[in-house]
Design a protein around this ligand. Structure first.
Ligand SMILES: [Fe+2]
Ligand SMILES: [Fe+2]
Length: 755
């Protein structure tokens, strides 16, 4: 097993006992509320336990209703069947005149597509080959050919062109569009909720993604004929791309099962459950939209509903009467009842006259003197007749479809099992079973590190994380002077250029042996491990910014984050490159997601200060956006000029790999690299604020950006001096013996982290 895949172990559980309802949570009563909270998760993190329960309850329901259909044992052949099971053409397409109204209905689902993969790599999984590969799939999907946010804009423009004004996705108005079906928001909220727990639901996410990749979107199903309705091109582009990913998803499922082979069958059940969950929501939305646009159920759907409604009184009343290979009682007793199979068998039975369906024996059963007289009223008989006519005379059915309104549906009352209960996802929150509380507020940074690396499992840490960020920002604000009294783009450009030139001029090539001994560098490399093994973490949630009108800022930041993760290529992943460096120096450390890592005696306490701050602020990308923009600039610009160039030469002098330094020197460059992206993001943000709120407010936000910029120094201060103090005065302790290493001659150089 690859140990870096262990953070994806199928046994992972989330501890929600300390993140129960807070004051605002009461507002989350249904999937629309949850949808809104998850779009604004940076401010509504109290919704996380509700989101978790929402997913869990649905998975339990799928298991209750469909587990009998799952293959109990995993085999590549069974997986192959799942991959090949493509959705067919819709039996009841919509007229082209309904296209734009359908797009309005479908928008919440389309706008949140793939959100369940947005956080698939984060601090805990940054070196996992499985997570990196899945991120690669995600990156290919969201770039096919436009980004998700761009596609959303195009979608808006398309429906606007048809005279439909869609509210923007981040508004409460969007979530409360009463003319959009509940089922649509149930689906969209699920897509968002899954993404909050990428590890706990990893097998289900694999299955969910497989179903997503092999299914046509509902608009494509409803409007299969381009002569009737021309769908926007991005539908076909995305569908084409996701079909190309099917094989890779299959490979990932195989790889995951191989990694945790002792739990193969349990994982396989969960993958199938995730797959079925996606299919189930597609079907529910299909039924809801069919009902919405047809004004009734399709004849087949109406027949299925009718049969299901008769089931409670039907069992045990049919003696030995058979349909196909089974008795009717066997059909009716099966759970879940397979209505599609039942109706297919019924159509092939002697009860049906396939040439003249209106003369079928089935219809006479319900007439006077028939064995089932009184079971159906006139409406019910019409349902049966319409179904027969539609199935055996499809040409007639298409013209009669709109007239078959005898069963006003009602899809809100149809569930997966066919049982009559509310399908609108009313969310009831049950407080989690309390476990021993973690005193987050009194934990040291060393202890907090574990909970922040694993914050998807411990959402209870978030209030403490937010307070910590606010503390550091407050200090930063009061101890730093604003360099530009009045912000303007030219002044900002000049300021950045001055910083850069100063760094550049300070560079002097290494002409002699470095001042510090090799041991000092090796020890410093070890102390930076908690920081660089989580490289990129401050941006790990910036995909949330995608949902806001100024999503270009999020796009700039996500571009940086992608690079930190190696763009789905392990060899280019920064934590991986640092791991190679540690390995080359025989520095053996536990995995960062374990308590053993943060308890490791080799680290000085303050080695956790920077990553704890970076991971804490990462959870609030919207709330702390200006500060995050400034912090990001500080990190990226620290990779330029003198310090890194010299460090690279010094490492090479001692034969130490310098790849982690070199990659930052190039990728953080000011012309087109991360520093340029960081600068552009700031300008774009301030432009937006100025345009919306005026110059005074923009200047206040510049102040916040600068506070964020300075916060890196504030958060690093203790570490910087501790490095010197520990190396010079105490000397580093040998990680295995606890005894001091060879005495150093000079203090280790303290510098900003390589990012
Ligand atoms: Fe980096
Ligand atoms: Fe960078």
């Amino acid at each position: 097993m690859n140990p870096f895949n262990l953070p994806l172990a199928p046994t992972l559980q989330a501890d929600l006992s300390q993140s129960g309802k807070q004051s605002g949570t009461d507002a989350i009563n249904n999937s629309r509320d949850l949808f809104y909270a998850l779009i604004h998760i940076s401010e509504h993190y109290h919704a996380l336990p509700v989101a978790y329960q929402y997913v869990k309850q649905q998975l339990d329901s799928i298991n209750d209703n469909y587990a009998a259909d799952f293959s109990s044992k995993y085999s590549p052949a069974h997986l192959g069947l799942l991959i090949k099971k493509a959705s067919g053409e819709h039996p009841y397409p919509l007229p082209g005149s309904e296209l734009n109204a359908c797009l309005k209905q479908y928008a919440p689902v389309f706008f949140t597509e793939l959100s369940w993969l947005g956080n698939i790599t984060h601090a805990a999984t940054s070196q996992s080959p499985l997570a990196i590969e899945l991120m690669a799939v995600y990156l290919r999907l969201i770039n096919a050919p436009h980004t998700i946010a761009n596609n959303r804009d195009i979608y808006h423009a398309w429906v606007l062109n048809a005279g439909i004004q869609l509210p923007t996705i981040h508004t409460i108005t969007f979530a409360q569009q009463t003319d959009v079906s509940d089922e649509i928001f149930d689906f969209a909220a699920l897509q968002l909720a899954l993404g909050q727990f990428p590890r706990v639901f990893f097998p289900e996410i694999l299955g969910f993604t497989l179903s997503y990749c092999q299914s046509l979107s509902l608009p494509e199903q409803f409007f299969p004929d381009p002569k009737t309705a021309q769908l926007p091109g991005f539908f076909a582009a995305r569908t084409g791309q996701r079909q190309q990913e099917l094989a890779q998803i299959g490979n990932l499922i195989k790889a995951y099962i191989n990694e945790f082979s002792e739990e193969t069958d349990a994982i396989w059940q969960r993958i199938q459950c995730g797959f079925r969950l996606h299919q189930h929501h597609l079907e529910r939305c299909d039924q809801a939209l069919s009902a919405h646009f047809h004004g009734s159920l399709s004849p087949r759907q109406a027949m299925e509903k009718l049969v299901v409604s008769l089931l409670p009184g039907a069992i045990g009343n049919h003696g030995k009467i058979r349909l196909g290979s089974r008795t009717l009682d066997e059909w009716f007793s099966e759970k879940p009842f397979k209505s599609a199979n039942f109706l297919a068998s019924l159509l092939l039975s002697p009860y049906i006259d396939r040439t003249k369906p209106e003369n079928s024996k089935l219809l006479t059963l319900f007439e006077f003197n028939g064995p089932m007289f009184g079971v159906l009223d006139d409406n019910g008989k019409t349902v049966v007749k319409d179904w027969l006519m539609s199935e055996l005379n499809p040409g007639l059915q298409k013209t009669k479809k709109a007239q078959s309104a005898q069963v006003k549906v009602g899809l809100k009352t149809i569930t997966a099992s066919g049982a009559a209960k509310s399908a609108s996802a009313e969310i009831t929150f049950t407080a989690p079973v309390p476990t021993k509380p973690v005193p987050y507020g009194s934990l040291s940074n060393r202890e907090l590190y574990f909970y922040l690396v694993n914050n998807d499992l411990y959402p209870g840490v978030l209030p403490v994380a937010k307070a910590k960020v606010q503390r550091i920002l407050t200090i930063s604000r009061y101890i730093n002077r604003l360099p530009l009294r009045h912000y303007s783009h030219p002044a900002f450009d000049k300021y950045i250029e001055t910083l850069y030139q100063k760094e550049k001029k300070a560079y002097k090539p290494l002409g002699r042996k470095p001042n510090l001994p090799k041991e000092a560098y090796v020890w410093g490399i070890e102390q930076f491990a908690p920081t660089i093994l989580t490289d990129g973490c401050w941006l790990q949630n910036v995909q949330q910014l995608n949902y806001f009108p100024n999503h270009t800022i999020g796009a700039y930041l996500y571009k940086i984050y992608r690079d930190e993760c190696g763009n789905g290529v392990q060899e280019q992943n920064h934590p991986h490159i640092y791991q190679q460096l540690l390995d080359s120096q025989h520095i053996k450390l536990p995995a960062i997601n374990t308590k053993e890592f943060s308890k490791h005696p080799c680290f000085i306490d303050s080695a956790f200060d920077i990553p704890v701050y970076l991971m804490a602020i990462s959870k609030f990308p919207n709330f702390f956006l200006p500060e995050l923009l400034g912090l990001n600039l500080a990190i990226e610009i620290s990779g330029l000029g003198n310090v890194y160039l010299r460090l690279s030469e010094e490492l090479k002098f001692y034969g130490i790999q310098s790849a982690i330094v070199d990659v930052h020197t190039s990728i953080d460059n000011l012309a087109t690299g991360h520093t340029a992206l960081a600068v552009n993001a700031i300008k774009f943000y301030l432009d937006d604020i100025a345009a919306n709120f005026g110059d005074d407010v923009m200047q206040a936000h510049w102040r916040r950006i600068h506070t964020g910029y300075c916060s890196l120094t504030t958060a690093s201060l203790c570490f910087k001096y501790s490095l010197i103090k520990h190396y010079k005065l105490k000397r580093p302790q040998d990680a295995t013996t606890g005894k001091p290493d060879a005495p150093p001659t000079e203090p280790v150089k303290a510098k900003a982290p390589a990012k």
